[in-house]
Write a protein that binds this ligand. Sequence first.
Ligand code: PMP
Length: 432
Amino acid sequence: MTAYSDKIEQMLEYDRQHLWHPYTSMTNPLPVYPVVAADGVRIRLADGRELIDGMASWWSVIHGYNNPILTEALQQQARDFSHVMFGGLTHEPAVQLAQILVDNSPAGLDKVFLCDSGSVAVEVAMKMAMQYQYARAKEGKNRFLTIRSGYHGDTFHAMSVCDPETGMHQIYRGVLPEYFFADAPACRFHDTWDERDIDSFAHLIEQHHHQLCAVILEPIVQGAGGMRFYHPNYLARVRELCDRYDVLLIADEIATGFGRSGELFACDHAAVVPDILCLGKALTGGYMTLAAVLATTEIAETISSSEPGVFMHGPTFMGNPLACSVAVASVSLLLKSDWRNTIGHLEQEISRGLEPCCDLTTVEEVRVLGAIGVVQMKKPVAMATIQQRFVDRGVWVRPFGKLVYIMPPYCMNDADIKTLTAAIYEVVALEK
Ligand code: PMP
């Protein structure tokens, strides 16, 4: 063994002994692959192998790795200042970012709260909804309604609105707030709309609206809760019902924001404007952790106009200038690009590439929306084996449960999509 491979082996051993990885056992961890570089759509492993990245590091790296414009924004900001507290101070990167978000998100979302991560954004949004009702002297309206198969993050309130079966409700029973769950939408994105699809939701909101401060859901694309694409009319009906029953609508676009589903925001598929919008992940092009919660002026003014007169949240790294600068660069780059055609083309190529999977007996369904491709298996896959098979074929795909799915960086070319989707076909064909 060379000194270099010795060093990598030692690093991996230390990792196994001391580092938690996401959703992984500490005593019997799944293998992890050491990365030494990433550029464009490729991740380079320590042994020199290069993998075409199908995951965009969980929806975030939309412009690819090492984008020179994003890197320059970060470096420039680091030379000016990396961080200052946001209490009592402000700076251009935060103001510029707020302006870009306000100008380009659904109309009416004019107030911006910057925070650390997607889960924290969900906590902030839920607190905002509660504080809004409290400020209107509607303290009884302090519970939430959501839909099954959702995912909103791993902090406590976020967990409480994740799918009750696949989420962590069982483990945290008694501690986790118990909220209302409507059936997951059954009508798919491309199906003919069936008005009965909204019945379960309509029934719950009608029954419980006196206790409800808000509905929270992922518009159109349910991500980690099942990778499901539902009908825009469902979202439109939710908006109507929220209005009818005086309940706020929180749209969690942490995964879907910034073009992923084919519209800039998934809400745009239904021309719906939420009262509160959560953004994260692709916000910084995957460079840093940052999230934003946008709300209407009415919500902000109501919260501010009665006791305690302020919104009760203020994290240490709120409005971090490095993260804001790279976010300004990332969102500007996206908006300057022909993102609609790019995503449309990716949708076509991913569909074409995954189509052969439909013929495999182990495959339940193949579905594609925007730059998201999903192969749903009949049985759960064995993670360690399937991961190894993907790596052996030079691609990075990380399935979970029955879902083998991709959401590549937007800059992926046709040849790489072909290699990526062909590898998925080959690997999925080996499943029993
Ligand atoms: N909401 C949605 C829709 C998500 O997909 C995620 C992350 N997978 C989150 C919230 C939580 O974001 P984070 O992991 O940054 O806390």
